[in-house]
Design a protein around this ligand. Structure first.
Ligand code: ZN
Length: 159
């Protein structure tokens, strides 16, 4: 463990008052205090640990992956088109000619696979949103009904 990572073991102060137990850290995203083993180590941050716990880190990474899907695909297409057929080696051309059907089949299967993965991810997000709405509805008293309607309309607009 390096020098900066050791600092994470000292009790840290949040907003100048709350003292965290040593060997634990506050996750900036789920707002939970967790043992340090729930955080990835990094040299980029002074404490030696990421500001998101492993769980939040992973879900943020996944979200980024899907949120940037269009950009990524556009970049890939642009790159593929920029490849000059004359530059592609003779070996590559011969390989393509001999394996065209298999390559197209692999491409098709990969496309299906990535769409299924995205569907699974979207299903989880829709489910999470439903849970959020149910809990909102539960906590909503009669006088809050106007606010509840507004917050639902807002949530729809944000999408
Ligand atoms: Zn977290």
């Amino acid at each position: 463990m390096n020098e900066t990572a050791k600092e994470g073991l000292k009790p840290s102060v949040i907003e100048g008052r709350e003292l965290l137990p040593p060997g634990s850290k506050h996750c900036r995203f789920c707002f939970q205090t967790k043992p340090l083993k729930h955080f990835k180590t990094t040299n980029q941050i002074k404490s030696g640990y990421t500001s998101a716990c492993r769980k939040c880190y992973l879900s943020r990474q996944k979200q980024y992956y899907y949120d940037n899907r269009e950009k990524r695909l556009a970049y890939q297409t642009k790159y593929n088109r920029s490849l000059d057929p004359k530059v592609v080696s003779a070996y590559g051309r011969a390989y393509y000619k001999n394996n065209k059907a298999a390559m197209l089949e692999t491409e098709r299967r990969n496309r299906l696979k990535s769409m299924r993965e995205e569907i699974n991810y979207l299903k989880i997000r829709v489910h999470d949103q439903k849970k959020e709405i149910w809990s909102l509805e539960k906590s909503c008293k009669e006088k809050d009904i106007i606010l509840f309607r507004l917050s639902l309309q807002e949530a729809l607009r944000e999408r």
